[in-house]
Design a protein around this ligand. Structure first.
Ligand code: ZN
Length: 291
């Protein structure tokens, strides 16, 4: 099942994407929660209900007629992994880490799968990182690797947009990873049952149609389940938490000479079996109004 958050006729709600159409769950199953995190928190029976209601619903909306938003509008946590593909470790001039290199992106950095990414007023060092992300479906702690698949609701495409000079202001990378609009995610959540093995998915990133990154999630140093085991050793993961697994080689800062993003570029990230997100880069507006 593909679960999306979308705006249509002035309201934002969740739905099931089938082919090029969306079933509005607010209409098909009005008793269900109207927001993605709450849907996952309601448990497997709610997801079963969503699937059955979507299959039975005749009224559908063309995907072209909705504005797809980030599937989880405000994840409780966003965690990401640095240095998690060997070729990216090499291009970074770093050593392969002994533990996952975890950092935070602020939850306010999330934006939609086709929404603009801002070239900040504060920096010109804007870069892309195409990644596989996953969304937690169950509150969990101390999850052994062998049971980690049980807590994954599904998978998304993420662009871990990075401001390279601000990234290195501190070892935590927090500032340069958290600018507003710098976590495009989507275009929907493909539920874990439909993805199957998340560690054999092709991953590609293009800038203005030029292929910049091409890899496969089988190359992950710490895979999704190892990341879950590691994180939950320390803290609870909750429904809606978004985890981005790291980027392969081919980022702009590592090119010789570096090829950073400029206003007017369009960045497309594709993960096999999940979909594509495509975000234009625009100059940060003078005044940003967030809805
Ligand atoms: Zn990254």
């Amino acid at each position: 099942m593909k679960l999306a958050t979308f705006t249509h006729s002035g309201s934002t709600r969740i739905g099931v994407v089938e082919g090029d159409e969306v079933v509005d769950l607010a209409a098909a199953a009005p008793e269900l929660p109207r927001e993605m995190t709450a849907l996952f928190a309601a448990g497997p029976a709610a997801l079963d209900r969503a699937a059955r209601a979507a299959a039975a619903m005749r009224t559908r909306i063309s995907v072209d007629d909705v504005h797809l938003k980030a599937p989880v509008l405000r994840p409780p946590k966003i965690l990401a992994v640095g240095l998690n593909y060997a070729d990216h470790v090499a291009e970074s001039g770093r050593e392969a880490p002994g533990h996952p290199t975890i950092f935070n992106k602020q939850s306010t950095s999330v934006t939609g799968p086709y929404d603009p990414v801002h070239l900040p007023r504060a920096s010109q060092a804007l870069d892309y990182e195409g990644e596989l992300g996953f969304v937690i479906g169950k509150r969990c702690r101390h999850v052994p690797r062998g049971r980690a698949a049980e807590v994954v609701a599904g998978y998304v495409v993420v662009n871990d947009v990075s401001v390279r000079d601000w990234q290195f202001h501190t070892p935590t990378m927090t500032m340069g990873k958290s600018f507003d609009t710098h976590c495009p995610a989507g275009p929907w959540i493909v539920t874990a049952d439909e993805v199957g093995d998340p560690h054999s998915l092709g991953l590609r990133t293009w800038v203005d149609g030029e292929l910049r990154q091409e890899s496969n999630t089988k190359e992950l140093i710490f895979d999704c389940f190892a990341i879950i085991e590691y994180l939950t050793t320390a803290f609870t993961l909750e429904p809606g938490d978004l985890i981005s697994t790291g980027t392969p080689g081919g980022v702009g800062i590592a090119m010789k000479p570096p090829r950073l993003l400029v206003a007017g570029n369009v960045v497309r990230v594709e993960v096999e079996g999940i979909g594509q997100i495509e975000n234009p880069v625009i100059a940060e507006p003078d005044e940003t109004v967030r809805v």
